[in-house]
Design a protein around this ligand. Structure first.
Ligand code: NAP
Ligand code: GLV
Length: 311
């Protein structure tokens, strides 16, 4: 094998792998692009690029594996996968398009709620002229990382009162930042709560009745992070009691959301099928190729995940 090139394996479900196969095949750093499932000899593969989950037994076929990259921002599908040896670095996608698209989705969710767009469209069906009022909102963002930080700052620039919560202290212009033991203070005044946390043992099930009872009555929930953050039955209880006024959900414990799931027909729940922000291959590939170059040159990889922390 050419010493300046590596073989890579793509394991992509849900998305079309074609742009990745075509784009990576043109790189001068890559010798061969394999696409899982394959019967080919994978013994020279050193980079494994995954969107998710990884089939059982894949890693066993990769004796020269040196690096695993998620092709999305989230890495929950990789950090919990026992197949990947603990000394193999795992990286993830941090990309301006991914960040922009997530922020835009969250702004859309906040504005649709603030301006009662659903009620206006229902009124239109019946030719009803009803000038519904609207008010200023306090918006809270759980998680102030690449996505949450940008979302919170942008909402602040748009004139919303914005609060944010993270594990460690943060400073963001226009955002009142909370951390650690300050969850209660963060939640209390919120009209809208946006979840942009990673799933870790500390954040799984964090969107539960106990949390909903700490937010202002009638608040609106936007969950764009992961379905495992939300205790589904607790959301139903909170909506049915009026504790929460509604929810916009993009992610679910089981995806696709099963056809008989109560969320589909709930009048206070709006659903999108995990499309809040979808990796743009042409843009994210630049990062994957930069890391390929770094791997070849023996340099540190960008956007490495702390596997112990889980994100
Ligand atoms: P990130 O940069 O790793 O940021 C994570 C943030 O969460 C950080 O601010 C971190 O705090 C905070 N955090 C982690 N554990 C916490 C805890 N126990 N308590 C309080 N805060 C905690 O991640 P990201 O790139 O912003 O992505 C966030 C998530 O969005 C991804 O993991 C993925 O699940 C989801 N996502 C969804 C879609 C979609 O289409 N629906 C698309 C992309 C991503 P510190 O800053 O103090 O470390
Ligand atoms: C999408 O869910 C991502 O994590 O990029």
């Amino acid at each position: 094998m050419d010493q300046q090139k590596i073989d890579v394996l793509l394991s992509i479900k849900v998305w079309d792998p074609k742009p990745w196969v075509e784009g990576l095949s043109q790189s001068t750093y890559i010798n061969q692009v394999h696409l899982w499932p394959t019967e080919a000899d994978l013994s020279q593969v050193s980079g494994l690029f995954v969107w998710k989950p990884l089939d059982e037994g894949v890693v066993q076929k990769l004796p020269n594996l040196k690096w695993v990259s998620s092709l999305g921002a989230g890495v929950d599908h990789l950090v919990n996968d026992q197949q990947i040896p603990s000394d193999i670095p795992v990286t993830r996608i941090v990309d301006p398009f991914l960040t922009r698209d997530m922020t835009n989705y969250c702004i859309m969710g906040v504005l649709m709620h603030q301006r009662s767009m659903q009620a206006h469209w229902q009124n239109q069906q019946k030719a009803i002229w009803n000038r519904l009022s609207y008010s200023s909102l306090k918006v809270g963002v759980l998680g102030l990382g690449e996505l949450g930080g940008h979302c919170a700052s942008t909402l602040a620039q748009l004139g919303f009162e914005v609060l944010g919560y993270s594990r460690t202290p943060k400073q963001l212009p226009g955002v009142q930042c909370f951390n650690g033991g300050e969850l209660k203070q963060f939640l209390a005044p919120l009209d809208v709560l946006i979840n942009l946390l990673p799933v870790t043992p500390h954040t799984v099930d964090i969107l539960n009745l106990d949390l909903f009872e700490q937010i202002k009555e009638g608040a609106f929930l936007i969950n764009v992070a992961r379905g495992n953050h939300l205790v589904e039955n607790d959301l139903l209880l909170a909506l049915d009691s009026g504790r929460l006024s509604g929810a916009l959900l993009d992610v679910f414990r089981e995806e696709p959301l099963p056809s008989g799931h109560p969320f589909w027909k709930h009048p206070k729940i709006r659903i999108t099928p995990h499309v809040a922000s979808v990796t743009t291959p042409q843009s994210a590939m630049q990062l994957v190729l930069e890391n390929t170059k770094r791997l070849i040159e023996g340099r540190d990889l960008l956007h490495k995940v702390n596997r112990e922390a889980g994100y």
